[in-house]
Design a protein around this ligand. Structure first.
Ligand SMILES: [Zn+2]
Length: 70
């Protein structure tokens, strides 16, 4: 797997390529790939579109314990 060459400048709080920041010239550090945000700003909208929470929505969910009983 190819490592990302995305670098991060702590001084500018910005991302870029190359060993040094183009803005301030400070040394850039390797940046981890952007992570999925658990806050999911689009989540609310998506759940509304899927009518999450309704009986219909609940029926559509997979039920791994369906045959396991209680
Ligand atoms: Zn910078």
């Amino acid at each position: 797997m190819v490592r990302s060459k995305l670098q991060y400048c702590k001084s500018c709080d910005s991302y870029g390529l190359g060993p040094n920041c183009k803005v301030c010239g400070d040394v850039m550090v390797s940046s981890a790939p952007l992570k999925y945000s658990p806050e999911d700003p689009q989540g609310k909208r998506r759940r509304e579109r899927e009518n999450a929470g309704s009986d219909e929505w609940a029926e559509s969910l997979p039920s791994p314990n369906e045959e396991a009983g209680e």
